[in-house]
Design a protein around this ligand. Structure first.
Ligand SMILES: *[C@@H]1O[C@H](CO)[C@@H](O)[C@H](O)[C@H]1NC(C)=O
Ligand SMILES: *[C@@H]1O[C@H](CO)[C@@H](O)[C@H](O)[C@H]1NC(C)=O
Length: 561
């Protein structure tokens, strides 16, 4: 065992050693870097991402500011609509986006998951057509997770990735040419990489994740017969898509890669982006590989954006299904828009996961997944998401049966007419219940606690929770505390009631965990959640993850030495 002093001295030495080695003017790394990490954070790679940061950080910041202005409008009760200034883009039937890139014709099942080494191998081997490696919602963005994720992807792209678990079990890539095609989801525009400063400013997390992956792998991916493919999260306007397109162009130019090689699939997962689907494809048209119905974040965004509007208080999370009017309109408009422009309309994620040791419950959960995929393939989606290798089979069966060809982009859905108000139609049956409140509190506590320990993807009550689903629960609690609706049992929801339930849940956990409670992060999780169930206007955070992030910056400045 090293004494803390020696460990510290070593840490300082490593940091110092690395900085002298990197020697990239204006770039500082505020975390220790071990030998493997240094293979990713090379001076050339850092110069590359710093160039992108300097070129685009100003635009990024002003677009984030623009999000605040739009929120202020919504807070005043102005409802969103299709933009008059871009009507010419929507109304022009003649333009098309790029044709599908190599390996991207057939995307019937996409598996998603964090960039953990074993999971990367399992996902690539799962039989899914594509794998979205996630630096975003299913990743707790610790320094170690992010950088080792880059190492894992580098090795995956070169086919050399392997892993041996503590029991000696070996994991390697399948060699039959059927490994999933890799797509990478960088963090959204709002997130910063606080360990890396460029000219004294924290870097954009998006540019950091995108840039390092692109820098190290783009040429190799092209050599492999594919390309650098991405999923682009959480955008709120077509101007944010334009920023990505500009980043792509400069990045391709710098590495002498032809423009139009990159592909990005945009997650339509905010209510505002739903009004700009055509425009988003248009901005990215040389780089677009379609849109995806990111349903969980979409619901979260809906609650968040209208949180002050008493007309938009939603019932329990479990009542907000894909078939309620506003969700159904969103799905239909997305499919129609994508197919009109010749790109994929991807479906989303059913949250159910296999339930071990309970065959009956498992069968019920798997039936839910199957029905969800059936709905998607019939609606016209060109593929769908799963979060677990066991579910890839079910999704494949459904899509193989009802979509024998690689995609169904040819199905135009000219029958679909979606008005601005349809995307806001919450006229459906649902209720706020005491169980709904307690489940939300439980999910938030469990998820936050796990996230603070470095895990961003957590099974809770037989559903896979990631940041998006946890955000729904958090925002609902805030919204209910703020508007004080009545539950179906007749109780008025108040901040006091939520606080009382929070205490009860914490006490239950203390009993359940016994001695282990002290080493858990439940006290921190409770502290964070308490602010979010007050219903106070100033207490609501745009993103739970930005609220929590500072806690893990500390934790993860630990050296691996
Ligand atoms: C990983 O993601 C977080 C969240 O944005 C970021 O701030 C953190 O510094 C990142 N670490 C690395 C090395 O990317
Ligand atoms: C953006 O980042 C660059 C480089 O990190 C920095 O020099 C610049 O001041 C930042 N711009 C804004 C508007 O914060």
């Amino acid at each position: 065992m090293l004494t803390p002093q020696i460990a510290n001295a070593q840490r300082i030495f490593v940091l110092f050693h690395f900085l002298t080695m990197a020697n990239v003017p204006g770039v500082s790394i505020l975390a220790p870097v071990d030998a493997t990490q240094a293979e990713i954070l090379t001076p050339e790679a850092l110069t590359f991402i710093a160039t992108l940061q300097r070129a685009f950080n100003g635009t990024r910041k002003s677009l984030l500011q623009r999000r605040n202005y739009r929120q202020q409008e919504l807070d005043r009760g102005v409802l969103p609509g299709f933009l008059p200034e871009t009507a010419f883009i929507r109304n022009d039937p003649n333009w098309r986006a790029a044709a599908p890139a190599p390996g991207m014709q057939d995307r019937r099942v996409e598996i998603t998951g964090p960039v953990d080494r074993k999971m990367v191998i399992n996902a690539l081997n799962s039989g899914a057509k594509t794998f979205m490696a996630d630096f975003e919602d299913s990743n707790a963005p610790t320094w170690e997770n992010n950088i080792s994720g880059q190492v894992n992807l580098r090795d995956a792209v070169r086919g050399t990735i392997s892993f041996t678990n503590p029991a000696g079990k070996q994991y390697t890539l399948r060699k039959d040419g059927k490994a999933a095609v890799l797509l990478v989801r960088p963090r959204g525009w709002h997130l910063e990489e606080k360990h890396v400063l460029v000219d004294g400013q924290a870097m954009s997390g998006s540019i950091f994740d995108f840039g390092l992956y692109f820098y190290h792998n783009a040429h190799q991916l092209i050599k492999n017969g594919f390309g650098p493919y991405f999923y682009l999260p959480k955008m709120e306007s077509h101007l944010e898509a334009r920023l990505w397109n500009d980043v792509f162009n400069v990045a391709q130019d710098m590495l002498n890669i032809p423009r139009g090689t990159i592909r990005g699939t945009v997650l339509i997962e905010t209510i505002l982006a739903a009004y700009e689907m055509d425009e988003i494809i248009y901005e990215l048209r040389d780089h677009s590989s379609g849109l995806n119905c990111g349903r969980w974040d979409y619901i979260f965004s809906f609650i968040k954006k209208f949180r002050l509007n008493p007309e938009y208080v939603l019932p329990d999370r479990s009542d907000v299904s894909m078939t309620v009017p506003f969700m159904d309109a969103y799905v239909r408009l997305l499919i129609q828009t994508c197919h009109k422009r010749g790109v994929h309309a991807m479906g989303g994620m059913a949250a159910q996961i296999p339930i071990k040791n309970d065959a009956k419950a498992n069968e019920a959960a798997m039936t839910k997944v199957r029905n969800d995929k059936l709905r998607e393939v019939h609606a016209g989606h060109d593929g769908t998401w799963v979060a677990h290798p066991d579910l890839a089979k079910i999704a494949l069966e459904v899509f193989n049966e009802y979509m024998p060809q690689p995609n169904q982009i040819h199905i135009r859905r000219d029958d679909v007419v979606v008005a601005a108000s349809d995307l806001l139609n919450i006229n459906f049956k649902g209720a706020i219940t005491e169980k709904g409140i307690r489940d939300n509190i439980d999910i938030c506590l469990t998820y936050t606690e796990a996230w603070l320990r470095g895990s961003g993807c957590v099974p809770i009550m037989n559903l896979m929770e990631d940041a998006a689903t946890a955000e729904i629960s958090r925002s609902q609690l805030w919204q209910w505390a703020h508007h004080k609706p009545r539950t179906s049992e007749g109780t008025q929801v108040t901040p006091e009631l939520l606080s009382k339930i929070l205490d009860e849940e914490i006490n239950r956990l203390k009993k359940q965990l016994g001695d282990k409670y002290a080493s858990s992060k439940y006290d921190s999780a409770k502290r964070h959640l308490a602010t979010q169930i007050s219903g106070e206007v100033s207490a609501y955070k745009d993103f739970l993850t930005t609220q929590l992030y500072d806690d893990i910056v500390q934790i993860n400045s630990k050296s691996k030495l």
